[in-house]
Design a protein around this ligand. Structure first.
Ligand code: HEC
Length: 180
């Protein structure tokens, strides 16, 4: 191999790398962890914290058996009751809240909550999360909206775990709305 130039060796090396790195689709590095493995939801199964997966609603005309019931507040109609009755956890991870806000909420609501994310340009109904009325919402109401949605906004329970929806709500309340 002594007659072979280093450029040639480098090229062969890169080719081998290129040919092998796609062999396994479930390779162990990825840039968008949260989107790489989207978990399959099954309303009939229990997850490891004793709740129904993703806080999904049971199908109509079925009865919850044992354990905690599914998330009991409906989109829009129960927003007032949910913000009154829900109890926020004692601690939050605001760093995680920031991270998940930026992934799941900022495309519409914008990095600073001013409804200026890239999607908002095509979706005029997006609302500001800083300033009124959102600033007068309790944490629980933001959590409720993040969970089931509101109006034209979809809920994020299928994509974001319960604890991270709380973290997002706390980030909006305690950092975004305070910063401005
Ligand atoms: C696809 C765009 C989109 C994404 C992503 C999105 N929202 Fe929204 N959001 C909306 C729209 C549109 C509305 C107004 C809905 C309505 O009332 O018709 C809204 C409304 C809200 C409101 C109520 C504001 C008000 O003035 O009443 C809150 C709180 C909120 N969103 C939080 C979030 C959080 C937290 C996330 C991330 C988990 C999120 N949103 C992700 C589009 C989005």
């Amino acid at each position: 191999m002594s007659g072979v130039s280093w450029q040639y060796k480098a090229a062969v090396f890169v080719l081998i790398l290129a040919a092998t790195s796609c062999a396994d689709v479930r390779r162990h590095y990825h840039y968008f962890l949260d989107m790489h493995y989207s978990p399959a939801g099954d309303t009939a199964k229990w997850d490891d914290i004793g709740n129904r997966q993703f806080d999904m609603q049971e199908p109509d005309y079925t009865i919850t058996y044992g354990g905690k019931p599914a998330y009991p507040y409906q989109k829009d109609v129960d927003v007032e009751r949910a913000s009154r009755e829900l109890v926020a956890p004692a601690n939050f991870d605001l760093k995680r809240g920031e991270k998940y806000y930026q992934i799941y909420c900022s495309p519409c609501h914008g990095l600073s909550g001013n409804a200026d994310g890239p999607v908002a340009k095509k979706m005029p109904t997006v609302r500001k999360l800083v300033g009124q009325p959102a600033e007068s919402y309790p944490l629980t109401r933001i959590y409720h909206i993040a969970t089931v949605g509101q109006g034209t906004m979809k809920g994020y329970a299928p994509q974001v775990r319960e604890e991270d929806r709380w973290n997002i709500a706390a980030y909006v309340k305690n950092e975004l709305q305070k910063k401005k």
